[in-house]
Design a protein around this ligand. Sequence first.
Ligand code: COA
Length: 260
Amino acid sequence: MNYENILSESTNGITTITINRPTKLNALNKATIEELHNAFKVANIDATTKVIILTGSGTKAFVAGADISEFADFNVENGGKLAAKGQEILFDFVENLETPVIAAVNGFALGGGLELAMSAHFRVASDNAKMGLPETSLGVIPGYGGTQRLPQLIGKGRAMELVMTAGMLDAPTALDYGLVNHVVTQEELLPLAEKIASKIKRNSSVAIGKAIKAINANYKDGINGFNIEIEEFGACFGTADFKEGTSAFLEKRKADFKGE
Ligand code: COA
């Protein structure tokens, strides 16, 4: 599929989606959000895609935020709709995909950029990355899930301070806070994400999809994550991957998962 604002390419079971508006530091305008929705949807239903890597083009930015020029003249109603639609089609959508999504944060991840990275299942970063939610400096608050996911990842006090100061975390601090799992040089970033993806690919994609659902359940209001775990654990016993995984172990051979 041809996109204007993103690139999507698949090799060896890994689909890499790159936000590609480098002259605007990959800021998320409406069209980019819609294209991302499409690309994630396509990758998620593609049985050959086992892992999705999300990154930004250029060496400066992952995503420098929602495109400020698009919402500067919005009113109360438009503002609410912007957040609701974005959360539905991109941020919640990514978080709830069955296919694992790794954000490779290659520079500034600010506002909607950090919110997007936080919607991914986990993050790796380059040593020049800078992360923050600077919305209060624009007279607004994070609207793509940032007030919820940031405290989940780094704790309430640190999230409060970062949002109130509109500050930026450097990569070592983000690593120390648990916001990203690994920090490497820019050159090493995509190879690292691909190496982790290769390890994930060896395992049952059906089981991984169920694990994502169960882990996410811990963070959803009104849902008992232990019950979801029990349901999903039980459901695994009806899958071909479970039969293959346990048979392979007992036969002392490598499992050949079909993702079924
Ligand atoms: N929305 C729209 N355009 C953006 C943008 C955003 N969030 N972030 C950067 N851009 C654009 C700039 O307007 C500029 O475009 P121009 O060349 O047509 O003027 C271009 O990207 C380069 O950005 P610039 O500000 O010149 O780069 P810099 O190196 O001086 O500063 C940042 C980098 C990230 C510190 C700065 O761009 C910035 O503060 N961006 C906004 C971050 C933000 O508040 N995000 C939250 C939005 S809710």
